[in-house]
Design a protein around this ligand. Structure first.
Ligand code: CS2
Length: 486
């Protein structure tokens, strides 16, 4: 965030005279029990806030401060560290706004500038949990299969044992190697990204990586690390300059990088921790034996709907999800896609009223105060479409059930890859697989044959024909008409 509001900076020395709620515990005594890789807005509005509640709930347990890590960019560190790690969380919807200053982050490291500091922190005796929000592409896997892609140039780089790693897996391997050398105890590696079976996926790619890197380390990780699966949910759009200005005027202090999200927050975590965990229940986290049914629920109903809205929105010129869902035919389409095509694919979720859950989503998507941009959600589609739309399609296909609406969603993504909307306006395609996908996007048989994304779905004539029919309708009729009669 570049803008400076000219006010005095938010700082720990100002905490006793804060105009909004601040940390209700002694920050000075905090130790760094959590290392978090990928300290972006989502982490700061989700896990860090739940950790803040846990810190407030147990005044005795000072183990769980967060040491954030940015792999490449210094901007979060540069914004937060002059503020002693403090930042403001803004929660808002049509009914109002609330602000809270969060203190759980005690340090931020930038791996690209000081790689050894990050490796050393993972290998610190205080570290008990290494959590991750590195986005889907950070796992360097084939999104269609979940397996490590050893041909990824960054993975190939890190496998050469160069001085400094570039991937999260490279840092984990180096940090855990040093932990092992130091004879330190076990740690939990906690993925908080929207990947199917995110803990299992992380375990799979890290073991595959270390198998090639240092087989003895692989065995140590297998014996000493836990990888719980978890489902995370809160809509947290990118912070805007307007957010910075509003927060600073409400605080009377300049916060260089606040984060803003919706009131809703959910975190469902498997209770398998190798070296303890904070009392995250205090912030509303739910602990379960198996989080995978909750992941599916969320990736399909919340994220699947968001991705479809994003591609419809970018193509038709609706810039935020509330504008998309304000189109009555799109609202009906999303409701029916969830109800008839996504919901029936869900595993049993004892104790959860799935109809009520589903019906609570449209009001979240239409939250007018969020401004969740369709272009932001549209990014990295190759990494998102498999667990959001292709997995439920594959299950419906296997059972001989129709999937025309989901096929329209997939077709909208393919349509989007052409790089200009229905008014002829060009936009950038931000996707790690863009170079491979864009030349295929004109031909539905070729793009659905792209195995890293589509797996073996491209061998199904029904799948290719259904997506092809929907793509032709989008091209001929335009988004609004295609969505109106799917
Ligand atoms: C969104 C998610 O950008 C995206 O891919 O679909 O960030 C979404 O808002 C969150 O997963 C909601 O919990």
């Amino acid at each position: 965030m570049g803008m400076d509001t000219g006010r005095e900076r938010l700082h720990p020395s100002r905490l006793n005279a804060l105009a909004v709620r601040g940390p209700r515990y002694r920050r000075e005594a905090l130790r760094g029990g959590i290392v978090h890789l990928g300290i972006g807005a989502f982490h700061r509005a989700h896990q860090a806030v739940v950790t803040e509640d846990a810190l407030e709930a147990d005044a005795e347990d000072r183990r769980w401060g967060i040491v954030g890590v940015s792999l490449r960019r210094p901007d979060t560190r540069d914004a937060l560290m002059p503020q002693g790690g403090l930042y403001t969380l803004v929660v808002r919807d049509g009914a109002g706004v609330s602000l809270r200053v969060v203190g759980a982050v005690i340090d931020v490291l930038v791996a690209a500038e000081a790689p050894d500091a990050v490796i050393d922190r993972i290998a610190h005796p205080d570290t008990r949990i290494v959590s991750l929000t590195i986005t889907e592409k950070g796992y360097c896997h084939d999104p269609g299969t979940g397996a490590l892609n050893p041909h990824d140039p960054d993975i190939a780089h890190d496998l050469r044992h160069e001085v400094a790693p570039v991937t999260a897996l490279g840092y984990l391997a180096r940090g855990l190697q040093r932990r092992r050398e130091r004879g330190l105890g076990p740690v939990t590696l906690l993925s908080c990204d929207n990947l199917a079976s995110n803990g299992d996926t992380l375990r799979g790619v890290l073991l595959a990586f270390t198998e090639r890197y240092d087989p003895a380390l692989r065995a140590w990780i297998d014996a000493h690390c836990a990888f719980p699966n978890s489902m995370v949910d809160r809509i947290v759009p990118k912070t805007t300059e307007e957010d910075v200005a509003r927060v600073s005027s409400a605080l009377g202090l300049h916060d260089a990088w606040p984060v803003a999200g919706e009131p809703f927050l959910q975190w469902v975590v498997e209770d398998r921790f190798a070296a303890g965990r904070p009392h995250w229940e205090a912030g509303g986290a739910q602990f379960v034996d198996d989080a995978q049914p909750f992941e599916r629920l969320k990736h399909r109903l919340v994220n699947g709907s968001q991705s479809m809205m994003a591609y419809f929105g970018v193509m038709a010129g609706w810039s935020t999800t509330d504008r998309v869902i304000a189109q009555p035919p799109v609202r009906t389409f999303i409701h029916e896609a969830m109800r008839h095509e996504l919901q029936p694919t869900l595993p049993p979720l004892p104790g959860l009223d799935v109809d009520a859950y589903r019906d609570s989503l449209l009001p979240r998507f239409e939250n007018p105060a969020l401004g969740h941009r369709t272009r932001q959600i549209a990014m990295d589609g190759s990494q998102k479409i498999p667990q959001r739309l292709l997995a439920p399609i594959a299950e419906r296909l296997a059972r001989g059930e129709p999937f025309d609406r989901l096929a329209l969603g997939v077709a909208a993504w393919i349509h989007f890859l052409r790089g200009y909307d229905e008014r002829g306006e060009a936009y950038p395609i931000e996707d790690p697989m863009a170079a491979a996908l864009r030349p295929l996007a004109g031909d539905v048989a070729r793009i659905t044959g792209f195995v890293p994304v589509f797996g073996d779905l491209g061998t199904s004539a029904i799948f290719v024909e259904t997506v092809g029919r929907q793509l032709a309708r989008l091209r001929q009729l335009g988004t609004l008409a295609a969505v109106t009669a799917p």
